[in-house]
Design a protein around this ligand. Structure first.
Ligand code: SAM
Length: 292
């Protein structure tokens, strides 16, 4: 049953993502504002705002964006990081996302050098434009075919362009039972068709003509994020009600009872995410590539 559901996510990724984020966007924004990705902490005393600011500066520096660069943030979500790039680089920034609910919030960010577009990463190479820098954070796990996605992303890049991928990977060498007990429930509750390994991405970069210039496993420095997600899930369940869930649903897409189910499933998802990182089966991985 679980395997069938996971296969459905792969075969219906457009519908799956539209529905999922129409249900959960406002729920997550209560805790994560406009950043649905992890902050990197350099020490235990650092506060959240500083950690996010430093994380974003680090990503911006890595991309080597110039004043006239064309930048695309793939799966830009509510547009928080695209807005940061536009504000701090002077580059022309495009954010694309497959969820109209997420984009309805992204559109609140207004700058002359910032645009948003409803578009699927799996068709990014069909955009007329070519880019100097590409960012994809905390969304690779939803893609139905990771190799094809990296290939299409590389085609949308100019020679010398950089690609920053912040990926939710699975550890190499897990056995079937380990995946079944910890990763499959998480994937089922989060609408994830498959998880790639860091080695898998290295291979996809190579095949797509991207030279890997930096790779880092960030689990150690991001622990506070999944602990926070778990604590918020525990606190949230104490004052949870169907009426509250109904208020959080995006009104632009009728989800029926499925909307409430998708919100309810965020509770077990947070437990399995914590289990996934605490066991070390999930790896929060930074990969920086450059097109030859
Ligand atoms: C966890 S959120 C991360 C959003 C954003 N990157 C951030 O860090 O705040 C995942 C996002 O990926 C988007 N997404 C998933 N699959 C996509 C696809 N094939 N094309 C474009 N966006 C996609 C979802 O709609 C959602 O907004």
């Amino acid at each position: 049953m679980m395997k069938d559901e996971i296969a459905w996510f792969r075969d219906h990724h457009v519908e799956n993502m539209e529905r999922m984020f129409a249900a959960v966007s406002d729920l997550y924004a209560e805790y994560w504002n406009d950043f649905f990705h992890f902050a990197i902490f350099e020490d235990d005393l650092e506060d959240w705002d500083t950690a996010f600011e430093q994380t974003h500066r680090r990503y911006l520096d890595a991309l080597q964006i110039g004043e006239r660069s064309k930048v695309v943030e793939l799966a830009c979500g509510r547009g928080g990081f695209a807005d940061f790039v536009a504000a701090n680089s002077g580059a022309e920034v495009l954010g694309i996302d497959i969820s109209r609910s997420q984009l309805s919030h992204a559109q609140r960010h207004k700058r002359p050098n910032l645009r948003f577009l409803h578009h699927d990463i799996m068709r990014v190479d069909e955009l007329e434009e070519r880019f100097d820098a590409v960012i994809l954070m905390d969304a690779d796990c939803y893609l139905p075919d990771k190799r094809a996605a990296v290939d299409r992303i590389a085609r949308a890049m100019k020679p010398g362009a950089r690609f920053l991928l912040i990926a939710w990977c699975k550890r190499e060498g897990l056995n079937g039972l380990q995946e079944e007990l910890v990763l499959h429930p998480f994937m089922r509750y989060w609408g994830i068709p498959s998880l790639e390994t860091p080695a898998g991405y290295r291979q996809h970069f190579h095949t797509a003509g991207l030279r890997l210039i930096e790779e880092a496993d960030l689990n150690h420095k991001t622990r506070r994020n999944w602990d926070f997600g778990y604590e918020r899930a525990i606190a949230g369940i104490r004052d949870f009600s169907v009426a509250k869930a109904a208020r959080l649903l995006w009104k632009g897409l009728p989800l029926g009872r499925d909307g409430i189910r998708l919100i309810k499933e965020q509770f077990p998802a947070a437990l399995y995410i914590k289990a996934g990182f605490d066991t070390g089966f999930l790896r929060y991985t930074y990969l920086l590539g450059e097109k030859d």
